[in-house]
Design a protein around this ligand. Sequence first.
Ligand SMILES: [Mg+2]
Length: 367
Amino acid sequence: MMADDAQNIRRKIIHIDMDAFYASVEQRDNPEYRGKALVVGGLPEGRGGVVATASYEARKFGVRSAMPSKQALQLCPHAVFVRPRFAAYKEVSQKIREIFRRYTDLIEPLSLDEAYLDVTTDKLEVGSAIEIAKQIKDAIKTELQLTASAGVSINKFVAKIASDMNKPDGLTFIGPSQIAAFMEKLPVEKFFGVGKVTAAKMKNMGLHTGADLKRLTEDEMTKAFGKAGRFYYQIVRGIDNRAVQPHRETKSVGAEDTFAYDLTQLDEMNPELDRIAETVATRLERYGLKGRTVTLKVKYHDFRQITRNQSVSTPVSSAAEIAQIAKQLLAIAATDDMKVRLLGISLSNFGEPQRKTDQHTDQLRLF
Ligand SMILES: [Mg+2]
């Protein structure tokens, strides 16, 4: 057996991703929105509103998730804008999970509309992962009047890439013999864990596709990209042994940004915190979470890093509340000569409300 084969665990993995989920639920529940360019998210009149999900009719005009709603309105002036109804989406999400559970208990939800399923063995003894994916899609269509796209492969990464290939209403199978050729063609920014900064670095090094990445040895990968380099080395060879984790709790939700040049003034950092808080708030909404602890991460030009956090008794989830706390923490941590290359905000402490006696944590805690 080849060394690579020995390390490569083969499972039957399905990645299911609902098509334009929030918008599709709105179009299902409100017949007047059907066939229309529909944008679910912040309203364009509001300050800082962003698109959560756009219907396919709106996507034709270039409207995308996370885009400012104002920009969406410019691209698609006839679009209908509605505020999200997360309680409704959560309920539909639970019904989708009940459909999954007919086949397997190994379900790892990534958000309300996306999950990995391990069907290496399935409860109904269907056997074929492609057939299970087809049956799940059919059940979602007939029972919930919604469409999903499915990706089927031997691991999580390839299954997720596959589900995105034939949207909407797609079913894509990438078998073991196709994986190598498929990975070689894949642009570097599509690889799991490669953010925009890493992608830019790769392109600077002349690395544009999986085939380019594959030319680097494991040592060269680690030297260039640190610990993540080893993971990239494996994933470009189609090796991803991460198990589907059914009870993985979301412990924290966050976002961060590395800047093109070092920031030295609070005046330039605060608007960045506003933007990062928007992203965190969007992610929290997607998980239906509110948190009690806000953590600020600051990385300096010399890669020194500090974190500061504050806990509050009333859970927060809005961008404005999160940004306000993060700005306070930054103001306290700030020094005259700081050069900041990265800022990050995360929310945690999603458990049950704290008892009254714990409310002293409301005070600012600096570690
Ligand atoms: Mg989706």
